[in-house]
Design a protein around this ligand. Structure first.
Ligand code: PLP
Length: 388
């Protein structure tokens, strides 16, 4: 192993959105200024233009702006008429909303364990979770990488069950050359500020190529209104703000470049870790994320594994050196207090439970400097050796 001198200490936040804003500030102030002058804040031409841009970007026929990723999921389930007595299959190792939206329409979340390599729903375990009550399959494209969609769609098609992609972390990711958003019957995206395409507040989008579903979703986000004050459905207020659409539309042309920088950073940090004498997972070190075959990973999160019950000490070790890190997600959804009535217990989904104990998200944002990457990698390597 090399023994080059240690790189100088620098602080490394988990995410620094100020740097991105600085590069786009003039344009963002201009377009948001136009929204202020127009005093048109709800839907309107800015939202329509951004919807068209997202449809074109993902390859889906329709894109419907929504108030958040969560509301996008909720609106799809409402539009599909999912409710009490129905089951929706999803991953237990994801952000809460993936199952929360299911519970909010009165349906039951049914979990399928993850593939430990990708952290995404394991298709080999899907079929046995399906029953006559299953009305929707919702794979999550976690951390920026698509779930294994071919076998998922095969099972769904055979059983006649629609597929909703939860691509809230994965705008721009792809599976066998097809982008997230065009891989299922519908897809939910989030523009929460920390997502790869982040707004200045909450925002979301549903994509679909189903004309009837798109029309229902447009009604759902307006209290189920199909013509002024005529309500065919009970919907909600799930609209995307014109201000958010304006900001997001300025950012969209940069999305692929930012994802490219994230991919390069992930690769470089792993290379520097090995060069700094970092140990492999099997010898007490870190396991770096892998891009599965046919996948295009956009690294919304750069999540490593550390075994031996040392994940929390790695987080502390980094934080002492002013390096940001976060645990996504410490409690799998089947073990959440609010889902106790579903009867989930420890041991039900061993890979999800292991991931919840072993994973740590590290800085990977596009604007990381060489000095920050060098210090991060060297610090990770130091931890791995010290843990022997
Ligand atoms: C962020 C996220 C959501 C919810 O999106 P919001 O815009 O925050 O409501 C849903 N699912 C996953 C996997 C997410 O990461």
């Amino acid at each position: 192993m090399t023994t080059t001198s240690a790189p100088p200490a620098v602080s490394v936040p988990l995410l620094d959105l100020k740097k991105q804003y600085a590069t786009l500030k003039d344009e963002i102030l201009r377009v948001t200024g136009e929204v202020y002058e127009s005093q048109g804040f709800i839907l309107g031409p800015r939202v329509e233009a951004f919807e068209k841009a997202i449809a074109a970007y993902t390859g889906a026929k329709h894109a419907i702006g929504m108030s958040s990723g969560t509301d996008s999921q909720l609106a799809v389930m409402m539009a599909l008429g999912i409710g009490p007595g129905d089951d929706v299959v999803t991953s237990p190792y994801t952000f809460f909303a993936s199952a929360g939206a299911v519970a909010r329409v009165g349906a039951r979340p049914v979990f399928v364990d993850i593939d430990p390599e990708t952290f995404n729903l394991d298709p080999s375990k899907l079929e046995r979770a399906l029953t006559a009550k299953t009305k929707l399959i919702q794979p999550v494209h976690l951390y920026g990488q698509c779930a294994d969609m071919d076998p998922i769609r095969d099972v769904a098609k055979r059983k006649g069950i629609p597929v909703l992609e939860d691509a809230c972390q994965s705008l721009g990711s792809a599976y066998k050359g097809v982008k997230a958003g065009a891989l299922g019957d519908s897809c939910a995206f989030s523009f929460f500020p920390s997502k790869n395409l982040g707004g200045f507040g909450d925002g979301g989008m549903v994509t679909t190529s189903d004309d009837a579903l798109a029309a229902t979703l447009r009604a759902m986000r307006m209290h189920g209104e199909t013509s002024r004050y005529h309500h065919k459905f009970v919907g909600g207020n799930f609209r995307l703000d014109a201000l958010q659409a304006a900001v997001l539309h300025v950012k969209l042309p940069h999305l692929d470049g930012w994802a490219g920088a994230r991919r390069a950073n992930a690769k470089e940090i792993e290379r520097r870790y090995l060069e700094s004498g970092g140990l492999p997972f099997e010898r007490g070190g870190l396991k770096f994320p892998r891009e599965a075959a046919g996948r295009h990973h956009v690294f919304n999160q750069f999540v490593v594994r550390v075994g031996g019950g040392r994940r929390d000490s790695l987080k502390e070790f980094l934080e002492k050196r002013a390096i940001g890190a976060a645990i996504y997600y410490p409690v799998p959804l089947h073990l959440q207090e609010c889902f106790a009535s579903l009867g989930g217990k420890a041991g039900d989904f061993p890979e999800s439970e292991r991931a919840a104990k072993e994973t740590l998200a590290l800085p990977v944002f596009p604007e990381l400097t060489e000095a920050q990457k060098a210090f991060l990698a060297a610090t990770l390597a130091e931890f791995s050796r010290g843990s022997l």
